[in-house]
Design a protein around this ligand. Structure first.
Ligand code: URA
Ligand code: CA
Length: 441
């Protein structure tokens, strides 16, 4: 078999066989196939696309390029949730205890943040002594006992994806639906859950900019999961603006606590209710989605979801005082209000820019070796469509780096656009894609 022939075949729109994908991924992982040939194949795939069988075959090879985690020692149906990331995405901190409080196990491996997106592990480490480094045995035991654990990814998950992604990034081949779907699903499938719920983000800051593109990506991922025997459901959500109000680490933990007390921002609460409902239903914790939603709403108002967070934090060595009394969480020394520069309706919020401002204030890392200031970040209280008057307080900058305030303020100001004309509020939950079809909301 020759890489040249595979490239030539795809260039002319041919179909790559399972054996050819095996040859390509194995050879690439072992450095037997040079990057220039892989780049050429990626570009041919970019233009010619992959059919359903090809996408599944590619996903399968990438998934098996490293460790495949076995969660079978954990009792019950494990439902994993994946989000294509975002700014101020606090959902895992809320969903994990919320779903667990309804009796459905949550066994999650999470990552760290880089650039303008925050990572769940970093946020959890804002809680004093929280230990994200459990062995698989400790992880299993904790989920069986408490129904919830979140740890760092220690295993070698889908190394072929890391190499391919780095190459796609420099060859302008990231934004192909088949390649994105195979990349995301290979990692999710290797992580070992029984079922998968995907949060497919749509908007200017996401990989897909419009609903049609998001539905197409969602369908390809749902098809991969289905063909590989793991029930997969995708929910498409809007990412034109940050989710919730807090962008940082400790302040996002605080926001998660408020949300678990049923006192959080409306958009974040709605998103968490939607995903928790889906996970509980798929995890067999309720007979219908309606019943699952009822359980979710009950546990948000009766204190059980919050109590589960306390239990979860304690089980992983964290200081529960940080949850019971959130004022004990880190909070940076300098606070400055963000004021509306104009009167009118908020027309646009560039989430990634707000994320970058939070990073500059200390809440994120530019390089993987940077350390995070857990107490830093940005609160932004307004949503697209909100009406403001010039000089209104629309947010806060929180930092220990007084010399960065002016720079962050400027970035935030430039990330906002105002309009004199009324602007509609945006819908957050846009569509659901299952193996049976698409439901638009
Ligand atoms: N996220 C991934 O993990 N892979 C992609 O290709 C795109 C987004
Ligand atoms: Ca925008």
């Amino acid at each position: 078999m020759r890489m040249y022939d595979i490239i030539a075949k795809k260039k002319h729109g041919g179909v790559i066989t399972d054996a050819e994908f095996d040859f390509f991924i194995n050879g690439y992982i072992k450095d037997e196939i040079p990057e220039y040939q892989v780049s050429a194949l990626l570009m041919a795939i970019y233009f010619q696309g992959l059919n359903r069988e090809e996408t599944v075959a590619l996903t399968h090879k990438i998934m098996h390029s490293g460790d495949v985690i076995d969660l079978s020692a954990i009792e019950g149906i494990k439902v994993d949730k994946h989000s294509s990331g975002g700014v101020g995405d606090t959902t895992t901190l809320i969903l994990a205890p919320l779903v667990a409080s309804c009796g459905v196990p949550v066994a999650k491996m999470s990552g760290r943040g880089l650039g303008h997106t925050g990572g769940t592990l970093d946020k959890l480490e804002a809680i004093e002594n929280f230990n994200i480094n459990l062995t698989i045995e400790e992880f299993t035991e904790q989920v069986n006992k408490h129904h919830v654990s979140v740890i760092g990814q220690t295993k070698n998950i889908a190394p072929a994806d890391k190499k391919l992604y780095a190459l796609r990034d420099v060859t302008a081949t990231v934004d192909n639906i088949g390649l994105i779907a195979a990349s995301i699903m290979s990692k999710k499938l290797a992580a070992g859950s029984d079922k998968i719920v995907l949060d497919v983000k749509m908007g200017s800051g996401a990989f897909v900019k419009n609903l049609e593109g998001a539905i197409e990506l969602a369908q390809v991922m749902v098809n991969i999961g289905t063909d590989m025997g793991r029930e997969t459901v995708a929910i498409i959500t809007d990412m034109e603006q940050p989710l919730g109000c807090a962008i940082g680490n400790a302040i996002e933990v605080k926001e998660a606590i408020e949300t678990l007390k049923n006192n959080g921002p409306e958009d974040l609460t709605d998103l968490c209710k939607t995903f928790a409902t889906q996970m509980i239903y798929m995890g067999g914790g309720a007979a219908s989605e309606k019943e699952a939603l009822q359980m979710v709403e009950e546990n948000l108002s009766n204190g059980k979801a919050l109590a589960k967070l306390v239990e979860f934090v304690e089980a992983q060595g964290g200081n529960k005082e940080n949850v019971l009394n959130p004022e004990t969480l880190p909070y940076a020394s300098q606070v400055k209000d963000i004021l509306a520069k104009e009167s009118g309706y908020i027309k646009d919020i560039q989430s990634d820019e707000i994320g970058i401002a939070a990073m500059i204030l200390g809440a994120g890392r530019e390089k993987i070796t940077d350390t995070i200031d857990m107490g830093a970040g940005i609160y932004f209280y307004k949503k697209i469509g909100d009406q403001v008057k010039k000089g209104d307080v629309i947010g806060q900058i929180i930092t220990n780096k007084a010399d960065k305030i002016a720079q962050a303020e400027k970035i935030v100001d430039e990330a906002l656009q105002y309009s004199n004309d009324k602007i509609e509020h945006r819908k957050l939950i846009l569509a659901k894609v299952t193996k049976d079809g698409v439901e638009k909301y």
